[in-house]
Write a protein that binds this ligand. Structure first.
Ligand code: HEM
Length: 397
């Protein structure tokens, strides 16, 4: 692939701010997306096991619906958090993203419908299990498989986008243009590594779950210790599996001895020791976040290097500074997002810690944060639409 083709595919309007900032935001937001992908797949998968145990086992009777609920919420969060890296990737790597979406256009449609059908079926599974303990097993399994399939499609888009040298061949194999939009590429080891991480993630989640509930006297000691030790076992087995698949992936692409790859391996070893000891799973979660950021950076490094070898560097993307929109974005992200997320997290924490029905209107912190969130959102809408209208009318009148 000639660099001139890649450069011609860039947006002629340039990027509104320094590319390195978009790159950093991509790494950050993809790690967040991945965290909830892994929690969704892990908790949903484990809940399916629970549906077979919950009738006869009182521990699984409590745990299974909680896992189903965790997966259900995580899917909605992963969808929201998937949009952010999507936006950043299409700003700085637009040639890659749009070519992949064209070559695999049909799969993009299939992805959307799979997600819609898979998530609706998840609700079916949730309600069936709620109505009748152990109900909805088959629906749950089908929904799980559809959501995993959505992940495989996502993987296809990511892999196809970093194969510029093969695009011509995919577009016109043997010189005949293929407009089916069914281009499909997989890197089995890379995918196995990504998906395997859902096991340690659900393991650490269970350690946190047990720690969090240990202060509540309506959960038995037996339940608390069972969930903690199940979490430990899953995390240890999962990390060992992820470490092997990660090493194989790095070996396959020649990055095994790269400092970033070595730091990920060290991070995984530290995590292994921490989950085995389980002295404070909240700190383990903090370390997991750092390792997730390193893995996200590794994905970016692979793509950056492939593109750099072809003469495409995001750092040379023409910059057309647009300070107002970047200020608006950062204020939205940090202030509205920060306060809104703090409000939701504070409320969830307090709901989970209270034995009886929690009344947010009687809690000072929740009340304050709720009012701030509402006021900031109203202000945001006034500025956003007011500003947009002012510019629009200024341009057309
Ligand atoms: C159940 C649904 C989903 C699953 C299981 C899933 C899973 C994944 C996985 C495994 C990857 C990494 C692929 C790789 O690097 O090999 C990925 C990447 C990504 N996902 Fe998702 N995902 C889902 C939904 C979504 C949605 C709804 C969006 C957007 C709204 C999204 C946006 C992204 C983006 C932008 C990337 C990075 C692509 C790239 O770097 O080229 N995902 N996802």
């Amino acid at each position: 692939m000639d660099a001139s083709v890649l450069l011609a595919l860039r947006d002629p309007a340039g990027v509104p701010f320094y590319p390195v900032v978009f790159q950093a935001l991509y790494v950050l937001t993809w790690a967040l997306h991945a965290a909830f992908v892994l929690l969704a797949l892990g908790s949903m998968g484990l809940s399916l096991y629970g549906t077979f145990r919950q009738k006869s086992d009182p521990i699984w009777k409590i745990l299974t619906p909680h896992l189903i609920q965790t997966g259900k919420i995580s899917v909605s969060i992963l969808i929201v958090l998937g949009v952010a890296p999507l936006l950043f990737t299409q700003v700085i790597y637009d040639p890659n993203w749009y070519v992949a979406n064209t070559l695999s256009g049909m799969w993009v449609f299939i992805f959307i419908y799979s997600l819609v059908v898979g998530y609706i079926m998840y609700y079916w599974y949730y309600y069936a299990n709620k109505a009748n303990t152990g109900g909805g097993k088959l629906i749950g399994i089908v929904s799980f498989l559809i959501l995993v399939f959505a992940g495989v499609l996502m993987h296809n888009f990511a892999v196809t986008s970093i194969m510029p040298n093969d695009w011509m061949n995919m577009y016109a194999p043997n010189g005949v243009v293929d407009t089916s939009g069914l281009t499909f590429n997989m890197d089995v080891v890379r995918l196995a590594f990504m998906v395997s991480l859902s096991i340690p993630v659900v393991g650490i989640f269970l350690q946190n779950y047990s720690r969090f509930l240990s202060t509540r006297d309506d959960f038995s000691k037996e339940f608390i210790s069972y969930t903690a030790s199940l979490g430990t076992k899953l995390a240890i087995v999962g990390f060992l599996l992820s470490a092997v698949t990660f090493a194989l992936w790095m070996l396959q692409i020649g990055y095994l001895l790269h400092p970033l790859s070595i730091s990920i391996v060290i991070g995984v070893v530290i995590l292994l020791l921490m989950v085995a000891k389980n002295s404070n799973s909240y700190i383990t979660t903090g370390v997991l976040v750092v390792v997730a950021l390193l893995i996200s950076a590794m994905r970016e490094l692979i793509r950056f290097d492939i593109m750099a070898k072809l003469g495409y560097s995001i750092y040379e993307y023409p910059v057309n500074l647009e300070i107002p929109s970047i200020v608006m974005f950062l204020l939205t992200f940090l202030i509205m997002g920060g306060v809104g997320v703090a409000y939701l997290l504070t409320m969830s924490w307090k709901v989970g810690k209270s034995k009886d029905v929690f009344d947010g209107s009687k809690d000072v912190a929740v009340n304050k944060l709720g009012n701030y969130t509402l006021s900031i959102m109203i202000l945001w809408m006034v500025i956003y639409f007011g500003w947009g209208m002012a510019i629009l009318f200024n341009n057309i009148l």
